[in-house]
Design a protein around this ligand. Structure first.
Ligand code: NDP
Ligand code: BG6
Length: 509
């Protein structure tokens, strides 16, 4: 375990935030404005952006929901209790509401009409951003309805009256359904108008992967099978399924976390250097590496009752809206291989689960151990391999573990860690991923969004695992108690690769 010595790294402060691309007047149309995503993520993100002076001057939100509310009712429903009252009042003026059921065809004409009315009142050219904060089963119908009504026309790139659509995850539930949804979206609008969102790509630490890899020259020569033994990507959650069991029972952990978030992290870690920092150049490389990726082995788990921080918590099957014999996995570990020149034979070990002992997302790149050790080691003693860890959340930062001599006589070797913490260098992170992503959509910056080919390539990786698991009901569920690091089978999966999970407190962490 590398605990003893921490060598802080010096960071030269950067002079203020770099200028973001400015965006002109626009209307954000949130479909599903009565839902959890709108309340918990979108409205707070927009309010912060306004507070930071980053929203366009002429900006409005048209919330579309089924509840019969007027504009004031919607504003009250979305009010953030602890917001600065003056800021909230300024923000609330930009909120308007339309009650409409998207299963009713006439609703789309009503949306088009309300949009035109709003735009008429404000005058001048404006962009339109449609945000599907809806259950995935409604996506196709909503896209077709918006297109048919004329509210969401096809536009060429560069048109100042831009029209864009944000499609939330999950994008389909399999390769076939994702392909079908892509066909619907591309029949309605051009690919450059479609923003498939994966909020992990908006996290600062995830974007930093690009900078770390491609703005520093020292790691590139060792970023390959000759030097890297394996890569571990963990997205551990303490939370259980909460109130989302209706969705989760159909999704399970692989659709919920792997098809999007974990494979996005893998693609940024493993992709080739793009030639330019242009959206299409980066997205080409991400798609290429995903197309070369396959799942080689997989293990699944479901949490039973257990103890977290001294508190008893129920098992998954006892949560509201979960079937008493549910086969839905809440944990998975996948060993992925990348069939290309750089990564041949290097296992990428991915795991994610709910009700694990702590919230932790990290990417750990473990290098090979030295090929020959000249040091006289005590019996049973060994040196730890170098590990570079990207801490995505919490405690965002980086660490590099290496071996050092313990001062004094003899030749005692110990692990040390060089640390970089975002909070120390730049102060506490202030903005949520949704803030970055919403601004990017308004500015027409699509680099952090998934292109159709990458989405389909990610489904190609996970589809065989899902199909096999859905064909064979698990006999041993629940197979890990809440508050533990998943089923024993997941440990076997990584041991086969000559490694061990970096659970906090373990020898590897
Ligand atoms: P919710 O179920 O909380 O909200 C969905 C909203 O859509 C509800 O307000 C619902 O209306 C509305 N709706 C459903 N059907 C229709 C319809 N036919 N016409 C009009 N409105 C309709 O879901 P979330 O907000 O949690 O999620 C929305 C999307 O975002 C999902 O795809 C989810 O996977 C994704 N997402 C959510 C995250 C989150 O943190 N919540 C995180 C990442 C992705 P009503 O209230 O009347 O039922
Ligand atoms: C969402 C999943 O996409 O990501 C949730 O649907 C999960 O199940 C969440 O809890 C995790 O996001 P974060 O940003 O909290 O790591």
């Amino acid at each position: 375990m590398s605990q003893a010595i921490t060598l802080p790294m010096q960071v030269d402060r950067l002079p203020g935030p770099p200028g973001r691309r400015r965006t002109g007047p626009c209307t954000l149309v949130i479909l599903g404005a009565g839902g959890d995503l709108t309340r918990r993520k979108l409205i707070p993100a927009l309010l912060h952006l306004l507070g930071d002076g980053l929203l366009p001057k002429d900006f409005s939100v048209l919330g579309v929901g089924r509840k019969p509310l007027d504009d004031d009712g919607f504003r009250e429903e979305q009010r953030i209790g602890d917001a600065d009252p003056a800021l909230w009042d300024r923000f609330a003026q930009s909120l308007v509401y339309l009650a409409a059921d998207l299963d009713v065809p006439d609703s789309y004409a009503a949306i088009a009409e309300r949009l035109e009315q709003l735009e008429g009142e404000r005058g001048g050219e404006r962009g339109r951003l449609f945000y599907l904060a809806l259950p995935p089963s409604v996506y196709a119908e909503a896209i077709e309805g918006l297109s048919r009504s004329g509210a969401m026309p096809r536009r060429s790139a560069g048109d100042p009256r831009w029209v864009r659509i944000v499609i939330e995850k999950p994008f389909g539930s399999s390769l076939a359904t994702a392909e079908a949804l892509n066909r619907v979206a591309r029949a309605a609008v051009a690919e450059h108008q479609i923003y498939r969102i994966d909020h992990y790509l908006g996290k600062e630490t995830v974007q930093n992967l690009l900078v770390f890899r491609f703005a520093n020259a020292i790691f590139e020569p060792v970023w390959n099978r000759h030097h890297i033994h394996h890569v571990q990507i963990t997205a551990a959650e303490r939370l259980g399924v909460e109130h989302r069991a209706r969705y989760y029972e159909e999704a399970g952990v692989v659709r919920d976390m792997f098809q999007n978030h974990l494979l996005s992290l893998l693609s940024l870690t493993a992709m080739e250097p793009p030639a330019t920092f242009r959206s299409e150049a980066v997205r080409n490389e991400k798609a290429k590496v995903l197309n070369a990726t396959r799942a080689d082995a997989a293990e699944r788990g479901q949490y039973g009752a257990g103890t977290l921080d001294g508190e008893r918590v129920p098992g998954y099957r006892d949560e509201a809206d979960v079937a008493a014999d549910s086969p839905t996995p809440t944990f998975a570990a996948l060993r992925c291989l990348i069939d290309n020149w750089r990564w041949q034979g290097v296992p990428f070990l991915l795991r994610s689960g709910k009700r694990l002992p702590q919230r932790m997302t990290e990417i750990a790149v473990q290098f090979h151990a030295p090929p020959h050790l000249m040091f006289p080691l005590e019996r049973g003693e060994c040196v730890a391999p170098n590990v570079l860890v990207f801490r995505v959340q919490p405690d965002e930062g980086l660490s590099l573990c290496f071996e050092v001599k313990v001062p004094g006589g003899g030749m005692q070797i110990r692990s040390a860690r060089m640390e970089f913490a975002y909070a120390d260098a730049f102060g506490a992170t202030q903005h949520d991923a949704y803030e970055t992503l919403l601004l990017d959509c308004m500015a027409g910056e699509s680099m952090l969004f998934l292109r159709n080919d990458a989405t389909e390539a990610a489904w190609r990786v996970v589809d065989p695992v899902i199909q096999q698991w859905e064909a064979e009901r698990p006999a041993d569920f629940p197979n890990y108690p809440a508050g533990t690091w998943g089923p024993a089978a997941a440990d076997r999966l990584i041991t086969e690769s000559g490694a061990a999970w970096r659970n906090p407190g373990s020898a590897e962490a």
